[in-house]
Design a protein around this ligand. Structure first.
Ligand code: GLA
Length: 659
């Protein structure tokens, strides 16, 4: 079968394979027995066939003997139940036995294979995530808190424990959050926001320590080969910005829930690229056809795997891989899509499409490798704000951080502008526009840095529920939006949260343009302090008052969107902003035709056109150059026709401009 696999890999131009992700029980069948016979054969074969290997440490799931010998390696859930052996990602991050043995396995694997030139990357663990609430984690949490706060006084102050008589007088009194200490409705319904927020931070750090344990073990025998782990995009439990400095490159697994997720995938790619300051990432996994983990698992339609793979490249991927290469015969994922199915055929539609893409990528060669996205727009993404906003009691559990971020990114995506999705600590000095949706928590000198963007002529956009709390999740003792108030030129006096079916229309008007749009869920009542009113509520006792404002600050603007505008309203606001900076893309009015630009280290400008629409689109070319996929010369202004799911990759002679 391996012989057949390699023949088929050649046909499909598969040049890189990730191996060993769940091989712990295979490589360490008993406490004192390490057996690399099978892994040796796999790695040697791949190397002999000329393939690169992304070699996993194999610790994504622990072996049964380990759980039997040390029951504390399995996790305790939020309800307080100790999990038995089973599932995967079931290791307690604080278990000393798990930490010792996982690092030891990584150490031995690295020592054995580091000298093999086929190994181009190390893949630690797998999709870190979830949480554990056991006694070991509780003890580790207390240590983490001691490190952070030093004194109980500081901790009590940060957590505002005077409220509800929660004052701690000894470190051992502090419990991990659980169904036994929180509201009964689940981890988001906290009775104790300080502790819940810090536990999220702690758990992210605890799992990061598992990663760094293994990375350090690898570095004992291999100082250079890059080390990564596969992230999951917008994944709430882990603060990937806290992780990113410890990875040598970012990689992630793209399994969108449906085939209408092009904008969402674009955001996620931009977020992953932003983890390492714009450095290219790997698309570590995607299915060539369908998933198996959902209740209903639709097939990727013809051309979609190719389109989405190119979309990843367009947004900064330097590698595109699949899970899985050969379909597992049994167990959980035997129906998950594979490049090679159970019958081992090369004449399936899926294999054919994978092979076509492989051939295109081979033809492209190294042109796009190392290329950067020349974005003038930054969108701030902040796990702390995500957590603080969603664990908060009030104003509304219907406001979801991701949905707000998605709407603002969607508006930018529709407008066809390249966007960097960056942490709040990022250098903002190179951007014309900075968008900070639902920036609930404002930390450090962020407010000043945003003011500097506007002062030098840039535009800063923020929304309802921004500038509410400090790093400890305590309210600023000032008007809302706290430290953003001066830049925005407003103060928020009250706020109203309503059920999803309640609409308050907002009339928007600027530069002679008028539009009435719906807003829902959250309505802040704004008293302008110098800002111009761009949109007003049309209903309720606050009809006629400000819902969207624009403040002149230095040579630029601070925009405040106080209402939960629906997508057309968000898009209208963002168009106003982008227009001012000449950042509306050439096909902003062509629905679902995506553009993205990458600039290679030698200055080569690559323009990607991706048709996500179900219909063909006809547009004039916005650049002169060669389409590297069809090898045709394109002249600016010439009519282009892109079939559904069609992709063009134009190596531009000059910068693309409006036709
Ligand atoms: C994740 C995992 C893989 C596989 C896929 C598909 O990305 O890393 O092991 O389970 O999901 O479900």
């Amino acid at each position: 079968m391996w012989t057949q696999d390699h023949e088929l890999f050649d046909l499909a131009h598969v040049d890189t394979v990730t191996v060993g992700v769940f091989a712990w029980a295979l490589t360490q069948p008993a406490p004192d027995v390490y057996d690399f016979t099978t892994l040796d054969a796999i790695v040697e074969r791949a190397a002999a066939e000329g393939r690169d290997v992304c070699l996993a440490t194999g610790t994504g799931a622990h072996p049964a003997w380990l759980a039997r010998a040390h029951p504390e390696v399995t996790r305790v859930d939020f309800e307080g139940r100790r999990h038995r052996f089973g599932q995967r990602h079931n290791s307690c991050p604080s278990s000393p036995v798990f930490r010792r043995l996982s690092a030891e396995l990584a150490r031995r694997i690295a020592a054995r294979y580091a000298a093999n030139p086929a190994v181009v990357a190390w893949h630690v663990g797998n999709e870190y995530g979830g949480a554990c609430y056991c006694e070991l984690c509780t003890a580790a949490f207390r240590d983490w808190l001691r490190d952070k706060y030093r004194t109980l006084d500081r901790l009590n102050h940060a957590w505002c424990t005077m409220f509800w008589s929660h004052t701690f007088t000894g470190w051992d009194e502090i419990e991990a959050p659980s169904a036994l200490t929180e509201h009964w409705r689940g981890p988001d319904h906290t009775a104790f926001q300080g502790i819940t927020l810090d536990y999220l931070r702690f758990m992210s750090d605890a799992m990061l320590a598992n990663f760094t344990d293994e990375k350090a073990a690898i570095r004992e025998s291999d100082p250079d080969t890059p080390v990564t782990t596969n992230f999951m995009g917008m994944y709430r439990p882990l603060d990937y910005h806290r992780w990113a400095p410890h990875l040598d490159f970012a990689s992630w697994d793209n399994y969108p829930p449906d085939d209408r997720s092009a904008a969402r995938m674009a955001l996620t790619h931009d977020l992953m690229r932003g983890l390492k300051d714009g450095q290219p990432f790997w698309l570590m996994e995607q299915t060539p056809s369908c998933t198996a983990c959902r209740d209903v698992n639709p097939l990727k339609r013809p051309g979609i795997n190719r389109l989405w793979s190119w979309q990843a490249v367009a947004h900064g991927a330097d590698a595109v891989l699949y899970f899985q290469l050969r379909a597992s015969r049994g167990a959980s994922e035997k129906y998950h899509g594979a490049v090679i199915g159970h019958a081992g055929r090369a004449d399936t539609r899926v294999f054919g499409e994978v092979a076509q893409l492989g051939a295109e990528l081979s033809r492209l060669g190294g042109v796009s490798l190392g290329a950067r996205t020349p974005a003038r727009v930054a969108l701030l993404f902040d796990w702390d704000s995500w957590w603080a906003l969603e664990i908060s009691d009030g104003p509304s559990r219907l406001v979801r951080y991701q949905q707000v971020v998605l709407a603002y990114h969607r508006a930018l995506w529709d407008a066809g502008t390249d966007v960097d999705v960056v942490p709040v600590t990022a250098d903002l000095s190179g951007y014309d526009v900075v968008v900070a949706p639902a920036l609930h928590m404002v930390k450090g000198d962020l407010a000043q840095r945003l003011e500097m963007v506007a002062a030098r002529g840039g535009s800063v956009v923020t929304t309802f529920l921004s500038g509410r709390v400090d790093e400890d999740d305590n309210a600023f003792l000032t008007d809302v939006p706290g430290p953003l108030g001066t830049l925005m030129g407003v103060r928020v006096d009250e706020w109203d949260a309503r059920e999803a079916d309640v609409v308050n229309p907002v009339r928007l008007s600027a530069g002679g343009e008028e539009l009435e749009v719906a807003s829902r869920l959250l309505f802040e009542l704004v008293i302008p302090q110098g800002a111009d009113v761009v949109g007003t509520y049309r209903a309720d006792f606050y009809a006629g008052t400000a819902a969207v404002t624009r403040n002149t600050f230095g040579a630029g603007h601070g925009w405040y969107v106080a209402a939960g505008l629906e997508q057309d309203g968000v898009s209208w606001v963002m168009r106003q902003v982008l227009d001012r900076h000449g950042l509306v893309g050439p096909y902003a009015d062509v629905a679902d035709l995506e553009t993205a630009v990458r600039v290679a280290p030698d200055g080569t400008r690559l323009l990607f056109l991706l048709n996500h629409a179900a219909v063909a689109v006809e547009v004039p070319a916005c650049a002169t150059g060669v389409d590297l996929l069809s090898e045709q010369q394109i002249e600016r202004g010439q009519p282009l026709s892109l079939a559904p799911a069609e992709v063009m990759l134009i190596k531009c002679d000059g910068a693309p401009a409006a036709p």
